[in-house]
Design a protein around this ligand. Sequence first.
Ligand code: ADP
Ligand code: MG
Length: 713
Amino acid sequence: MPSIDLGAHITFLAGVGKQRAKLLHDFMQITTIGDLLTYFPFKHIDRSRLYTVTELTADMPFVQLRGEILSFSEEGEGRKRRLVAHFTDGQGLVDLVWFNGLAYIRRLYKEHTPYIVFGRPSLYKDRFSIMHPDVDPADSEPWVSFAKPTAIPPKPLQSFLMQPYYSVPEKAKKRGLTSRFISLLVSDLLRQLTEPLPETLPPYLVSQMSLMPRDEALRTMHFPPSSEALTRASYRLKFEELFYIQLSILRYARDRRGRFKGMPCKRIGGRFNSFYYERLPFAMTGAQKRVVKEMWEDMRSGRQMNRLLQGDVGSGKTLVALMLMLIAIDNGLQACIMAPTEILASQHLETFRSMLGELPVRVELLTSSVKGKRRRETLEGLAKGDVNILVGTHAVIEDPVEFLRLGLAVIDEQHRFGVAQRARLWRKTDTPPHVLVMTATPIPRTLAMTLYGDLDVSVIDELPPGRKPVVTVHQRNEHRADLYEGMRRQLALGRQIYVVFPLIKESEKMDLRNLEDGFERLRQVFPNVAVGKVHGRMKPADKDEEMRRFARGETRILVSTTVIEVGVNVPNASVMVIENAERFGLAQLHQLRGRVGRGADQSYCVLVTNDRLSREQRKRMAIMTETTDGFVIAEEDMKLRGPGDMEGTQQSGMPFELRVANLARDGQIVQLARDTATQVLDDDKTCDAPRNAVLWQHLRELRQQTPDWSAIS
Ligand code: ADP
Ligand code: MG
């Protein structure tokens, strides 16, 4: 046991009263001592080197000087009022400048007393100055604790050679919470933790993998003796995080395999065959055939299928899903497919109905806008088994609908559900349906291993024949005339055009106005062309109607927000114009671009941006114009944005929160963690080997802390 309880409230620490506790809680989610312990610095700065004033240059990041204050002066008026300490190290002069807390600072520091000063030098009128430096007595004891709970006394920070920097939100900084204050709290806490912190990995793993013990790693993360030690500490903690994620996912997948029987789908029957031989308007690609076969193997195996189907936009995943649903139906079962938006759901409905034609397959739609009698009839049909295929939005599974015998559930275009959420959907029955998850955009391997780590994977790595890669150009706002000229040519060829505007919640009003302005402008530029418009604020029925008008070719230009992002399919549309393209992420741009290039015509994607772009924005545009390969784009996206930020994965999906590991940078550790977890499970099939006791115990605790997992474990 550690000497103090990590669950203790943060006010347990000297220096934290009610007010600071509230700041820590509100702005940094720190409530307990344990929270503080795992609030790791985002960087360290090496303070082992002392500089002299004569060495300073204007472009130095942080420097440390030793010397004394000669005198103070207060300068400036109003908001520019500042306290200046004239500091010398015997070789030159530097001004130390404060804009806040002047009186307090003035009292705190004395003239002609040896100090260590730390900060970022800037050059102004031939004189170096340092704003808001850290100032410590040059000769005090290390690890001094708080004397009085309210004041922040000078601290001997030079004793931490690598000084930690904690991220503190601006709002909290304004109220006096600083990185430095956090570092003092942590150092105080670590000093009081006299017993080692409990180990969460079994000793045999720690030594087999040459990991730093957990106690040492946690301490080192805050106050590393060297940068090598810091690397080892973070490696240890990253491994631990990723290992437990993999252990949790793999253990869950094994449990499921052992527990659930699959819905039997032994035969290929009449509906499948009629469809395949009589109704299919084109030949399936080799990749489509292969993945259908792979999945049929699963469905007939007697086990429950749990598969991820990866395939780039336009690779024909919908058809694959339909074929598998027909197999289920031929075996006396029902199927459902869930799409993320209403538009997409109704489009699936139409696609299926028109592809199936006269075949005896009843397909119905269920979304929040299906109401009254139609809804009642659909629900009855599902319960009686008359409805063969249900097309719906994700809302349908969140609020489960009763089927007579659901045999296959397809989740289309989702990166919104995590392992545990998916697991909960059908946990009420012993024979859950086969599950097929289809991704909208390819996702990088390390992310797939984490978000979909419990699923088998099938990949469609081939596009239907005859597709010409979409030609993508980046056009600055000022060249609008060229853009309209290009659009005019395509319209003359009989093609249709999407024009997409960003719509971000925070700036919704302005975005909608941009869209309206854009709509009006296009009507003026193309007075003889029917222009439609669709956005998320419209009623679902109106949205659908607009989409349909475009799909039928009644409107030639469709102005819209990203509601058209996923799935919609209008093969005659050959131009995708994306306005303010710099505001979109790569995955989204790729999705949008995937809306064109679906027919045989040469298609174009025009990324219209501001004239001035940040480096990252420029890079995104460059990637888009260089490649149309979704897998390449996914990898680049993760590198640029970091996995936590990847679209759709923000709030949900991660089994446990990652504090140290980063799926984009730590791919090798992800793989190692997965291999190690597999090994552990292979060697301890019943999950009760004494040497792994600590491991199963810790896994249980982690799952209990995660709402999703606690529901299934
Ligand atoms: P996604 O994988 O992005 O969901 P879709 O299933 O919407 O792609 O398919 C894109 C387009 O390609 C559709 O118009 C579909 O009818 C067509 N398609 C699918 N498979 C083939 C094929 N084997 N040959 C020709 N066209 C195909
Ligand atoms: Mg699709």
